[in-house]
Every structure is written in C-alpha cells, then in structure tokens.
Design a protein around this ligand. Sequence first.
Ligand code: ATP
Ligand code: MG
Length: 391
Amino acid sequence: MEKIIFIKYGELTTKKGNRKIFINKLSSNIKNMLKDIPYKLIADRSRIYIETEEITKVVSKLKNVFGIHSIVIASKTDNNIENIKQSVLYMLNSISFTTFKVDTKRADKKFAIHSMEFNNIIGSYILKNKDVKVDVHNPDIIIKIEIRDNGTYIYSEEIQGLGGYPVGIQGTSLIMLSGGIDSPVALYLALKRGVDMECLYFESPPHTSLQAKEKVIKLASILNKYSLNIKLNIVPFTEIQETILKNVKEEYVITIMRRMMYRIAKKFAVKKNFKVIFNGESIGQVASQTLSSMNVINNVCDIPVIRPLACMDKLEIIAIAKQIGTYETSILPFEDCCTVFVPKHPVINPTIEKCIENEKKFDYETLINQAIENIEVISNLNIENNYNDLL
Ligand code: ATP
Ligand code: MG
C-alpha cells in the first residue's frame, strides 16, 4: 500500500472538445508549481495522479493551482480483496468516527464483484473489526473505494481546490494594477478564468513614494503564487500628470488622467498583442466610476475593458482580498497617483466634448509614447523576497 495524490478536474469536464488542451495546460501548470519537489505525474481523462514522498508540500502547492476542483490523498493498493480490506482498516485507524458508509466505484469491469456487493463486503469487514455503525443517510465519513485497472484507491476526504480554469488557457492579458484593494482582487478573478497577466502600474515620483511602488510589487508577488508568470510594467506617469495639472480645468483632472491611463494601456496592450484590458473599477465607487465617467473614459480605448468587480460591493471585494492575502498590503497608507491629485469636486457627469477641449491644450501623444518607451519591467516576482525593509 502507498499514498498517492490525485486531482479531480471539476469545471474542465464540461469542455468536451477542449478537454485535452485543458488537461495538458493544467498538467504543465502543476509541473511548474512543483519545480523543486521530486514527484511523478500521470494525467488521464478523468484525473491527474501524483506520486511523491512530499505529500504535504505538494498538496500546499496544489491549493494555489486554478483548474483543480478537489485534491485527494488516497491509499493505493492492488485489486486483491484481502489487500483492499487491510488498506481500508489501516486508513480508518487514523480517523475518528462513529458512523460510516462505503461507496465503491468499479471502473475496472474485470473486477468480479459488483459495487453494491463490494460495499457490503467491506462494510461487514469494518463492523467486525471496529466499534462503529453503518449510516447510509448521514454518516460521519464516506469511505470511497475506486477499483481501477491500475489499482484500487481508498479515501474519505477531499480537499477543495480553487476551481476555475488553468491559468494561461486564455492566453495573457493586461491589468491596470494599483496599490488599492480592488485591482489585486480583479487580477485574482481574471487568473481564475484562465487569463495569465501582465500588470501595468502608473507611478508619479516624487509625488508618489518608493513605498507605493514597493507595495504594488508586493501585491503582484502575492498573486504570482497562482501564476508564476506575472510581470509588472511600471509606467513613468509624472510628466503626464504634471502637464494635466497645468493645463486642465480642476474638475476634469481625474477624468483626463484616467483617459491618459487608458490610452497608454491600450497602446501597450496592442503592442504586446493582448486582446483585452482588465481593471478594478466598480460602478459608483468614486466620481470616475459613475456610468457617465466610465463612458467618457472608455471612449479613448477601442479594445474591450473587462471589469471583474463592476457589480460587487466594497465589502464583498474586501472579503476576497482578505481571503487571497492582499488586503493587509493594500491598506498600507502609501498614496497612489490617483489619490495624490484628487480635486475637491471632481466632475461626475463629464462630457467627451469637454475632455477633448481640455486635451487640445497639450501634446499628449508625444508624452504617451515617451512613457511607454520608458516602462520598467519587473519579472521574477516572488513573495519570498523580503519587502519589510521598505514597507
Ligand atoms: P481602491 O481599492 O482604494 O479603490 P483602486 O486602485 O481601485 O483602489 P481607483 O481609484 O478605484 O483605485 O481606481 C480604479 C482602477 O483604476 C483600479 O482598480 C486600477 O485598475 C486602475 N488604477 C488606478 N490607479 C492606478 C495606477 N496608479 N496604476 C495602475 N492602475 C491604476
Ligand atoms: Mg477602486
């Protein structure tokens, strides 16, 4: 008898035609996650099996992999009835329970005994050897026995996986990532749908501090544990912001600033062949996220902008931020370029005509091109790096 991990796919199973692509992507993502651990992996139509001496380490890595419905640590033995009985009893010695039910799946049709009959055989054997009772309706534990042609798997617990699709199955896209609470959550939700991510962060030193930048690096690093491929692109935004402040009517400063961010994001996305842009906007959260503002700001960008948080309450967003471990970093008090220049009365019903009027006063195309040319790229984002010096 040996211990083996196996993975159930969940939502992948609904994608009939693409099933193989999904399984291959999930396998390769798992291999990436397990890079430093010795293991053997076998994928088939319904499962991925992992044999390893490092069960705990492997399971903790698998908990960060999208596309996994559940993780099972099973005892594996051959299809000999006596061996199965022994293995069941051995497993039960480490579980405390008073009622149980046996649930056999006979995938190997060469195995002579039918599932129902085998449930009874194993059930009686357990009753003979342990002071417990059968309860088919509401048992403390269900003992699952899967008889397959390559052996029998026995388990009673499933660890819930993250669900979603394997990261990267939808290619890579771009997200506008700030140091706030929202955009890291939007990034997480996009990864969950199988989109790998590059991030775009606008910084305005010296108006924004080095800590504000380090905070975004840390957030991207926290989220990179779900991807391992995340890159952070840092756009120098100071000159554009200062020019806006000099030339634009105060109430339009934020609207125009966001139109510039969108223009840069769009141009950068097209350059890198990313098909859509994500961000952390949520309807009505601030003046620049009223429907009128979204319309006017989105008007400069002719590729889709996906807003995973559009219809979520702040409290719902905060709950996810806490669950994914970004909240504590997001609430650190280092100001972002959006917050530094907020006017007293930002316009909540801006018009495109007024934006264009304001934007005519300076040559933003040149500034945008310069900003994109001077982007700083940070890859190898790793949460094990120590950011405590700065934060
Ligand atoms: P908060 O969680 O405090 O709302 P936020 O980052 O969401 O912070 P908003 O003003 O609501 O701040 O910005 C809306 C969205 O615009 C963000 O979710 C993010 O996608 C994008 N954004 C804002 N500021 C920046 C920035 N400096 N760099 C990159 N993207 C930004
Ligand atoms: Mg926000």
